[in-house]
Design a protein around this ligand. Sequence first.
Ligand code: AMP
Length: 395
Amino acid sequence: MNKKTIKDVDLKGKKVFVRCDFNVPMDENQNITNNTRIVAALPTIQYLLEQNCKIILSSHLGRPKGEFKQEFSLKPVAKELSKLLGKPVIMAEDVIGEDAMQKAQNLKEGEILLLENVRFHNEETENDPEFSKKLASMAELFVNDAFGTAHRAHSSTTGIAEYLPAVSGFLMEKEIQFLGNAIENPERPFIAILGGAKVSDKIGVIENLLDKVDTLLIGGGMAYTFIKAQGYEVGNSICELDKLELANHLIEKAKEKGVKLLLPIDTKIAKEATEDTESKTVKCTEIPADWEGFDVGEETIEKFKEEIKKAKTIVWNGPLGLFEVNQFAIGTNEIAKAVAEADATTIVGGGDSISAIKKAGVQDKITHISTGGGASLEFLEGKKLPGIEALMDKN
Ligand code: AMP
């Protein structure tokens, strides 16, 4: 990792502006239903407390579209954070208004201030220089710990770094290290497992990974586009007819690069996506008309497991079937377990794959669960993320 972290700078007693990802799910009464993202931010905050910093925290929550809306207030986050830290968290009434500015100015060593939702201002997503400057004026140093928004060039993720020295927090560092190492310096065999609904969402990832991996396993809805591209009928299975040529190009590229690209051999099919509908398993080359492929079959699961067992680095993103329906969740669950059992560095990203890992109760056995959906996909695409680029280089 060639970017400076909070360990590389003198922080003692400094006033720091920390961009976190507190974009947590809430119910209609604004009760936080999953505090994972807040918990994930604790190591950085605790380290800053040990350094006697004056800590200003900032985050977005949902999409308030540039105006104050009570349901997008970060107040519940302040409460939860205070509970987790066992100390008060001062809540600002606004972002760059009088209240926030005053509270930031009066902040003492070891105190924490949480600003209101930074997306209450359109200037945030517009990366407005004046707005960035105002945010920067509150502090002496910028810490970015919001990997989930690192693919966005916003004021609180990149603009602010024009006016303050910028370093990464521990969470951001961990993401860059694991994803970066997997891509640039993987222990081999390196395999990627990609699933999800559509090829079109993951073209960039597949293209880039074909330059890096030894083996690529493709499952989920996107597999049927590849199967169709090879001249087989896929019935009513999800299929992107305008991506057939692209699918063949990817298959060719895999051959050129010497990458073993495995598509499903068999598939569990049904006529509708319901729990108790009749289903059966057929070869992917024999999907009847009127039927739809909703999961990978047993033979595929076994074949994929063999590859997973051999791997030393595994990146997994996207479910292998319509896993929301139990009878079509078998492929995804079996792969989750196999990845967890592998004697390899394992990296799982994407909300659905993470849910599957949690459902299988094996999250502790995964080396790294990536917190940023869009950001980790863009990272795997080989794109430079503006939130990372804006940080100071190590030398
Ligand atoms: P993505 O957001 O692209 O990772 O896609 C995730 C979604 O793909 C999940 O909601 C899955 O249910 C869905 N999916 C996976 N396999 C299939 C399939 N064979 N048919 C329909 N949907 C699928």
